[in-house]
Design a protein around this ligand. Structure first.
Ligand code: ZN
Length: 432
């Protein structure tokens, strides 16, 4: 049992001073006013927040950092030329390299304040497409990396059937592809059994309407766990969906019967109003990855059309940047740049209206992500997993500032001083 006594705690309604947090085993047992005589670890100058939830990650892409920031010779660099560089990397990685890069990515996430990651994992097979002796070798390397780093893992096991409608098989995608939807579901069930014994969660992730045909999506509609998929990331993907089905991607997912409160759409950068209506009616979540969407030229989250209708959470996706503060303020700043207005995202109902926008964005960073991944974390309330971060409010960038908005608009991984996952303090380091 541990008591933590910071300067203030972020509760669902705002910052509260004088509270202490009690951790028993891996859960928060109490959050209550500190009594003289309680034995607590005093966290002077620090604020406790729920750990951030990274709802969309491709850990191996961390190895691309800095290597894809120069143009192609014809000056027409795009998402699709970036994808060729990413495939080039994916072809070269052996299991040890997958584990090593994932461990690095997960350590960097923890240092930045992410305590849970949803790893959208599609690197399944050997470079020639044959399964490994243990077909789940690479998934288990991701599990091992998460355990070594100390981050809570939801393994989003990706289904990938084809290059796209009417396209010849792409040899660079051989490591991703399964022979059937049944093979995907069988792998997910095997991993769920392992996860139940060893402490990680598993979700199903049809890669996209480009990579999964409608009959696969229909086969996945009976799956009872969480489902994540890339949706409307690039205009070309929407055009391909219209060409194949005469329907846009959200309509294809809806007709296949897999939209539900357990479904999360990753990106949703190019939806039309009909798709947003349809999506909102079924109650799913949207995972925004603004720093990656900027880096890849994907476009902007249409937050003003989604706000109040669909819960939004964040992911660091390609890891061009691993910084939850940057993701959160980008959601608001993009909306300002696009609309010409300020304070666009609807504020949360909270004890002080001046903190409403910050609380709302921080909720996107934690509790909305927890909902999207189906994990019992995301708020500092009794009964939840004790996934907690401390932010050092004594830093220069917070001097004379209103703290909670300054944390969102001026915070950075450097301000995260302490991290607990399941009640265990994780050693974080900014050194390699
Ligand atoms: Zn992605």
């Amino acid at each position: 049992m541990t008591w933590l006594l910071p300067d203030a705690v972020l509760t669902p309604t705002g910052l509260e001073e004088g509270l202490a947090v009690q951790i028993v085993d891996d859960r928060i047992a109490q959050v209550r006013p500190f009594s003289v005589g309680d034995e607590a670890e005093r966290l002077r100058g620090k604020l406790l927040l729920p750990g951030f939830v990274n709802a969309h990650s491709h850990a191996f892409q961390r190895a691309l950092r800095g290597h894809v920031q120069h143009g192609t010779a014809d000056g027409r660099d795009s998402f699709w030329t970036w994808r060729e560089a990413m495939y080039g990397l994916a072809e070269t990685l052996n299991p040890d390299a997958v584990e090593r890069i994932a461990t690095l990515a997960f350590r960097e996430m923890l240092a930045a304040g992410y305590t849970t990651v949803g790893e959208f994992h599609y690197l399944h097979h050997q470079p020639n497409g044959d399964p490994y002796d243990d077909p789940e070798e690479l998934s288990l390397r991701i599990v091992s990396a998460a355990r070594v780093a100390g981050i809570r893992l939801v393994l989003l096991y990706v289904a990938y059937a084809r290059a796209g409608h009417g396209l010849a098989p792409n040899p660079r995608q051989r490591r991703f592809i399964h022979p059937s939807s049944d093979a995907v579901l069988a792998a997910v069930e095997r991993l769920r059994a392992i996860g139940a014994r060893t402490g990680f969660d598993v979700g199903l992730a049809p890669h996209s309407v480009r990579a999964c045909p409608a009959d696969w999506l229909r086969d996945f509609s009976t799956y009872k766990g969480i489902i994540h998929a890339h949706v409307d990331e690039q205009p070309a993907e929407v055009q391909a969906s219209l060409a194949e089905y005469g329907r846009r991607p959200v309509e294809v997912y809806a007709e296949a019967g897999i939209l539900s409160p357990r479904f999360s759409a990753v990106h949703l950068t190019h939806p039309d109003d009909r798709e947003i209506d349809l999506f909102a009616r079924h109650g799913g979540s949207v995972v925004a990855c603004p720093t990656t969407e900027l880096d890849l030229g994907d476009g902007f989250l249409p937050i003003q059309r989604l706000d109040g209708r669909v819960p939004v959470c964040i992911g660091s996706d390609s890891h061009a940047s691993i910084d939850p503060f940057a993701e959160l303020r980008a959601i608001e700043w993009h909306a300002r740049a696009l609309s010409g207005h300020r304070n666009v995202v609807q504020p949360a109902a909270c004890s002080d209206p001046a903190d409403g926008l910050a609380v709302r964005l921080l909720q996107m960073g934690s509790q909305n992500g927890a909902k999207a991944l189906g994990v019992d974390t995301g708020t500092l309330e009794p009964g939840r997993f004790a996934d907690i971060i401390a932010v050092d409010a004594s830093r220069l960038e917070f001097a004379h500032a209103r703290l909670l908005p300054a944390i969102v608009f001026n915070g950075s991984p450097a301000a995260v001083s302490d991290v607990w996952v399941g009640g265990r303090r994780v050693k974080t380091s900014v050194r390699r």
